[in-house]
Ligand binder design. Structure first.
Ligand code: GLN
Length: 281
């Protein structure tokens, strides 16, 4: 389902590119990149946002709409920066491809800022701290990341969960199965197609709550897994980064970030100083 959505999304993107090309072909005075459309409400530019909406509690579908911590935060940051955002559940791979291709202005999906990704994308300053987590059914013998060896491991393709698992059992290990979304990865765990999944802490804990009858257990391993920070992703060289960094900082200052954080994390206080420190690293 996700795949066909992705396909149709890409088709729409390709279609609109064709349409734009066709419109621009008349030698009119509309230059590329310059919008000749009537200004939107309040003159705000609308930014296309891609996401993978099974990454609870950061983004998930509810009554046909993408909702979650990331959605609330991005809406607030964009408003502060003077933009409107249109969030589409593109799926992970199409989000990253769309960012590179320029059809998507922003990727917002609990995306970890990594050295490797910084070669291809720009990221806002960190907005959330995370760490890898292993989830498994009760009775599975696993106490640390080392015990991933010999287990059937599920990961979400192209995520830090995959990289964390590979660091233990090796790249291209036949024991690693890659899924297209967090939901499919957890389905594989629930139906015993894999013994364990490796994902992000808050997401593992949320799926644990979502399926109370499945006795899902979770452990982290802070020796094997590094602290990660999520950032808002932009196309490399995007002029949006400085504007969004400034807006995010304003929300750190004015209490709006803390309000959103408390709403999604059971009233917990965010450690904003830790995020600011990470931004300087
Ligand atoms: N934080 C992880 C990563 O960036 C997972 C993100 C996700 O699955 N949405 O790789």
């Amino acid at each position: 389902m996700n795949y066909s959505f992705k396909k149709s999304f890409m088709a729409i993107m390709a279609g609109s590119a064709l349409l734009l090309a066709a419109c621009g072909g008349g030698g009119g005075d509309a230059k590329q990149g310059e919008s000749k459309e009537a200004p939107k409400s309040e003159d705000k530019k609308v930014l296309n946002v891609g996401t993978e909406a099974t990454f609870i509690p950061f983004e998930f579908m509810e009554k046909g709409k993408v909702t979650g911590f990331d959605v609330d935060l991005l809406n607030a940051v964009a408003e502060e920066a003077g933009y409107e955002v249109k969030i589409e559940n593109t799926g992970w791979d199409a989000m990253l491809a769309g960012l590179q291709g320029g059809q998507i202005d922003i990727g917002m999906a609990g995306i970890t800022i990594t050295k490797d990704r910084l070669k291809t994308y720009d990221f806002s300053d960190p907005y959330f701290e995370s760490i890898g987590m292993i989830a498994f059914k009760e009775g599975t013998d696993i106490k640390s990341a080392e015990d991933l060896k010999g287990k059937k491991i599920g990961v979400q393709n192209g995520t830090t969960g995959q990289f964390n698992a590979e660091a233990v059992v090796g790249e291209n290990s036949p024991d690693i199965s890659k899924y297209e979304s967090a939901a499919l990865m957890f389905q594989a765990l629930l139906s015993d197609n894999v013994d364990v999944v490796v994902t992000d802490k808050a997401v593992a804990e949320e799926y644990q709550k979502k399926y109370p009858d499945s006795n899902i257990q979770t452990i982290t391993d802070n020796k094997a897994f590094a602290i990660e920070h999520y950032g808002i992703a932009f196309k490399k060289g995007s002029e949006l980064k400085p504007e969004f960094d400034k807006a995010l900082d304003a929300l750190f200052e004015n209490g709006k970030y803390a309000e959103i954080y408390k709403k999604w994390f059971d009233g917990a206080e965010p450690d904003i100083e830790a995020l600011r420190k990470a931004a300087k690293e």
